[in-house]
Design a protein. Sequence first.
Length: 287
Amino acid sequence: MLESERYGEAKSLLRFLMQCQGEDKRHYEEWSNLLSWLEMAFPGPDSGYGALQGDPWPDTEADEETEDSLRRQTIAPVQQDQAYVEQVLYIMQHHPVVDQQILALERAAHLDHPDVDETIIHWLTKQELHPALQFKALQCLRRRGVTGRVMLERLGETVDLEIERTPLSMEDFPDVAARIVERVESVTEVMDSTMPHFARELWKETLQCLYGTSAYERMAADDDETVDCYAGALHQTLELSLYGRSEDDQVRDTYGITDALRFRYEQACRTLRHASHFHRGRDWNEP
């Protein structure tokens, strides 16, 4: 929802999740922190659950227009003087909280100033950034209409990326990416109704970290065996993230991982655990 800038829906979902029982304590803490940030960053009316009455999801054209209008007003104020531009770019580069850096990047996408593109590119290519933050910066540049190539260090590799090809949504990733997560959703929905949601969010985070790397290129090989291996790896990583354990034999049986696919499956598992470690197990600004 945050990727597609549906901030009102995100706040509604978080409020609902915080009223559910039986989840790990750290999940409630994460949801509470994210909701607090959203309330601060995107104040104003939204399609919240309130007293849990009515349809929580905006599904009318008027609701969508209101949401989009509020987002534009919040992120892109009419007045963009030099001080405001400098403040946004400073927060983008130096704020210790990554959520604020991401918000600054969203605002930078709407800035009308000749120094913005060069500042973002210099920061992106000269600083050691978390791979997901790099991805957000690439998205910002694409939204600003910047074209050309950049060389980055991502997950220990030097990659050469075309800015204009940066995915802006799940639909922009290779078709196999959707096939993988849909396979996991179809399996997990009968196990736990919340798992498909977390599977999709984990997969988005993973794609952002892997984009442009050799592991991403291996995943992009669109064949049934790739889907089996990466879907199984995503399922295992999801269970480890949510429950701290996973039955590997059961996962391999569920996704048809034969002995011939064992190496590719284990390689995919290592890749996803590595990306999950970066995204969840380390401070975003840790070198």
